[in-house]
Design a binder for this molecule. Structure first.
Ligand code: NAD
Ligand code: MN
Length: 804
């Protein structure tokens, strides 16, 4: 082909990046062993597996397959290293992280080539996006290591962290995991994905060269079924950080339930890409390319659902088809390629299966006229129109270059359609009207919202999901809390005496008989508190009451015996009170102050009630009431002060990090401190805009039920706080299993904590449980503060680039 021919056709010539440096490095090192204690270690079972190059379908390298003995060795190495690394000064850790960042930059080209070879993603992306972001993560977290002692005072590292990552951004996911873990003083055992181990192994080499102490970073390659599961269930691992599919995330939630392991889950998504009719459609087209054809669509936060305002839909589709016709699919190492290879034949088949299903479901399929290369695993960019919102392709994560389009008429319909998914990872909003865009962004249930942009990432801005996209954040200051715990927590959870319901020796009748013997005794005017649902006192569905006994088995009253149906009613009422979140923080503060004020008026009465239930002396009871009042003041204060941040990532624009309420929080209150335990939980939850279904102390619920009258006189809107008395663990299970409860807090024994974590896996609700560890509710550092506010919120990052 001569210059004239090229001029005629305007075809691209190939612009290949050399594979040789990558292939030579592989040749010199393979077969790859496990990286434990800074040493290359043969796998105990002597097993190796192959990694392929998806661009050619050919074998690339042989890599060790770890078994549980290897996992034991790696965890032991990490444990040993933790004893010193966990105490290494922040500045020293910062120096190491800084050295890792520098070294990654020095090896950036090799890393980019290896990543493209192993994963099949275009070199343009690995070179310009993946690897620079990897370095940025290590620099950014070097800074947090430096600042930890002052900025996270009162926190300590969690310990040994098991980290499990997927294949779609192999080195970037490693960086998201390892950088914050080391910055906060933890040691790690990381398992790369089966298909893409190579860049992690190059990283291991960098770790060794950098002189990180042995055992701080251990990398074990292997199969999910052996290495992955062994790491998850290992008793000496203090935390699991997982990125991958929702199904595996759910199984990890179940497997770790009750173990006391901290857990963060970054799971799948089906993210909406909303286009309003005033959007700049040419920018939108480029945005769509980045949303769904970046990394072959194998992106957890891919904008895979295109939601377009009806009047511009056809126009956008035709622009999109024209652009798709010009996308180039092919050899990942070709610098002029837009879309590379799908990671494996299995994934390719799965994409094809879902696309076939879309056709069967009646949607209209469109693909470009050209054909993909036949060697290697390629799939063309695909657009489905005429998609109905309930069909499989509209609901299921396809994890490939497949876009499904639907239309809406009004902004509120757009929000409804956007949120019509179990997921909540990300969303893009396109409109030239800033008022509209910033009105829509907070209404989308998603951890990241991009305004007139998409798929932007930065270490400064946390990333993570709502709902079945998981919980926890990576990046930003919020991401650090996934790798620390309050310093007052002891290493091993202590078991409190199991409190499986009060077992009175005396029957209610006997107890009552004792009372009659007192001189001058008169039967009290009966005051049996009912349940408190939707702002009204409601009779328990069961029709039964539960006797409440004070010290010496003295019967002091009855409360309603709540059941499943009562919980359902309470959850419904809590949902109906959703307006609480959209009201102002100022208003919420006013109501918390008002509750405090009305409680103060009845201080004596509440104190006697506490003594009556627990037998404590009146000085202590008064103190409990006073601390509860002070606590209400604290959260009234925090209401308009627990604010977000404005991040400044390296782009022209800002990122607004906004703490948002989680929604409906179910809570089982601690048994001790009948009033303070209850107030300490409901106050931060409602301060942040959540609504609550609370199960008061099972033994001593009367302080909570006495609060009805306080709430009723404090202008608290109906349904913001709902109270169901009864058997704690039975009611907690119903809450934990309920799909319309977004988070569950449980302060009770270890087995109950486990039950809550297990039962919550259904809709992946966030849980906060005590594992039977007791807390000093009177002490400010344990009983109130940012830990509570963090549990009551999730951070949404709204990206707003600027400039024309
Ligand atoms: P996957 O869940 O199959 O595997 C992820 C990792 O978990 C792999 O390392 C795998 O070996 C390991 N694993 C699998 N089963 C395991 C088990 N039972 N116990 C322990 N470990 C186990 O996911 P994948 O196919 O590798 O990745 C694609 C998925 O990841 C998609 O659903 C995508 O949305 C999600 N993802 C999410 C994010 C995010 O940040 N939210 C980022 C990237 C990918
Ligand atoms: Mn591979």
């Amino acid at each position: 082909m001569n210059v004239m021919d090229i001029f005629e056709t305007m075809e691209y010539g190939p612009a290949p990046e050399a594979a040789a440096p990558g292939l030579d490095w592989i040749k010199a090192h393979q077969p790859f062993d496990l990286f434990i204690n800074n040493r290359w270690t043969r796998p105990a079972g002597g097993q190796y597996m192959e990694s392929i190059n998806p661009g050619s379908g050919k074998t690339l390298a042989r890599v060790a397959a770890a078994n549980s003995a290897d996992v034991d060795a790696a965890v032991a190495a990490a444990r040993k290293a933790f004893t010193t690394w966990g105490k290494t000064p922040g500045h020293v850790r910062a120096r190491y992280l800084y050295a890792l960042a520098r070294s990654i930059q020095k090896h950036s080209r090799l890393l980019a080539v290896l990543e493209s070879l192993d994963n099949g993603k275009p070199i343009r992306e690995t070179r310009d996006i993946d690897i620079p972001l990897v370095a940025r993560h290590f620099y950014y977290h070097a800074g947090w290591a430096q600042l930890m002692e002052t900025e996270l005072a009162g926190y300590m590292p969690v310990g040994v962290v098991g980290q499990i990552i997927p294949w779609n951004f192999p080195l970037l996911m490693l960086a998201w995991k390892i950088a914050p873990a080391l910055a906060m003083g933890n040691t790690v055992v990381l398992k790369p994905a089966r298909y893409t181990p190579l860049s992690a192994l190059k990283f291991a080499e960098i770790v060794k060269e950098t002189g990180l102490p042995p055992g701080v970073v251990n990398i074990i390659t292997g199969e999910a079924s052996a290495a992955g599961e062994a790491l998850v269930s290992h008793p000496d691992v203090n935390k699991i950080a997982f990125t991958g599919s929702t199904d595996v995330g759910r199984s990890i939630r179940r497997a770790t339930a009750g173990s006391g392991k901290k857990l963060s889950l970054e799971l799948g998504g089906k993210s909406p890409f909303l286009v309003f009719d005033d959007a700049d459609l040419d920018s939108v087209v480029e945005g769509v390319v980045d949303a769904i054809w970046f990394n072959q669509g194998q992106v957890c936060c891919a904008g895979s659902r295109l939601l377009v305002q009806e009047n511009v839909a056809e126009k956008l589709y035709s622009k999109l088809r024209a652009r798709m016709e010009h996308l180039r699919v092919g050899e990942p190492l070709d610098k002029a390629i837009d879309i590379g290879a799908i990671v494996s034949p299995g994934q390719l088949k799965e994409i094809q299966r879902l696309v076939d299903q879309g056709v069967q479901e009646g949607a209209t399929l469109w693909q470009p006229s050209w054909a993909c290369p036949t060697e290697g695993y390629f799939f063309p960019p695909t657009l489905f129109t005429n998609v109905s919102p309930a069909t499989t392709i509209a609901q299921v994560e396809i994890f490939g270059p497949v876009l499904v389009a639907m239309t809406f008429r009004t902004p509120s319909e757009a929000v409804e359609l956007a949120n019509n998914t179990r997921y909540g990872l990300a969303a893009s909003v396109w409109s030239e009207n800033i008022n509209l865009a910033l009105d829509i962004a907070p209404k989308l249930k998603a951890g990241s919202v991009w305004v007139n942009c998409t798929n932007l990432f930065d270490a400064s801005s946390g990333f993570g999901g709502y709902r079945e996209s998981g919980f926890g954040r990576e990046g930003g200051k919020e991401g650090l809390y996934e790798y620390v715990k309050p310093a007052w927590e002891s290493n091993e959870p202590e078991d409190v005496a199991p409190s499986d319901g009060h077992q009175p020796d005396a029957t209610p009748q006997e107890a009552a008989d004792e009372e009659v013997q007192v001189d001058g005794w008169l039967p009290a005017i009966d005051r049996t508190p009912k349940l408190f649902i939707g702002g009204k006192q409601a009779r328990p569905d069961s029709g039964y009451s539960r006797g409440i006994y004070g010290p010496h088995k003295r019967l002091i009253g009855y409360v309603g015996e709540g059941n499943r149906k009562d919980i359902r009613n309470a959850v419904e009422a809590a949902h109906k009170a959703g307006g609480w979140a959209s009201g102002t923080a100022h208003n919420r503060a006013q109501i918390l102050y008002y509750i405090a004020e009305n409680l103060a008026v009845r201080e004596q009465e509440f104190a006697s009630r506490i003594s009556e239930q627990t037998g404590c002396v009146s000085k202590d009871a008064r103190n409990e009431v006073q601390v509860a009042i002070s606590r209400l003041f604290s959260y009234a204060a925090w209401t308009d002060k627990y604010e977000g941040r404005v991040h400044r990532p390296p782009l022209r624009g800002v990122v607004l990090a906004m703490p948002e309420p989680i929604g409906v929080i179910g809570m089982a209150c601690p048994d001790d401190y009948p009033l303070l335990g209850f107030i300490s939980l409901i106050a931060p939850a409602i301060a942040m805009g959540n609504t609550v279904v609370a199960i008061p102390s099972q033994q001593s619920p009367l302080s909570a039920t006495d609060c009805y009258q306080v709430f009723e006189t404090s202008d608290l809107p109906d349904g913001v706080i709902n109270i169901v008395t009864g058997e704690r663990d039975m009611l907690s299970r119903v809450l934990a299993e309920h799909d319309d409860v977004e988070a569950m807090w449980y302060f009770g024994p270890r087995d109950g904590s486990k039950m809550v974590e297990l039962a919550s896996a259904g809709n992946m609700k966030r849980t906060w449980v005590s594992y039977g560890r007791s807390r000093d509710w009177l002490a400010r550092e344990q009983g109130e503060g940012e830990e509570f506010l963090r549990e009551a919120t999730q951070v949404k990052n709204i990206w707003i680039p600027y400039g024309e």
